[in-house]
Design a protein. Structure first.
Length: 74
């Protein structure tokens, strides 16, 4: 989920920089790593297409909860 977007302070000037923040939740460890790669790939290609530069930071919070299938079926 994108939860914050900060860019500039006025409506009629293209800002020099922008910052997007959010959260990602996943059900599997592998999906967490894949999600990070996909997000950075999107950011990279969008910024390159406009001749811009980017800094990417992805922080892992809590580990995903992985339920035992057999136990959840009881």
């Amino acid at each position: 989920s994108v939860t914050q977007f900060h860019a500039g302070t006025t409506h009629n000037v293209i800002p020099e920089q922008a910052e997007i923040e959010g959260t990602v939740r996943s059900l599997r460890h592998e999906l967490r790593e894949e999600t990070e790669k996909r997000i950075e790939s999107i950011v990279k290609h969008v910024t390159e297409s406009y001749g811009a530069k980017y800094t990417f930071s992805y922080e892992y919070g809590y580990r995903p909860v992985v339920n035992n299938y057999e136990v959840t079926e009881l």
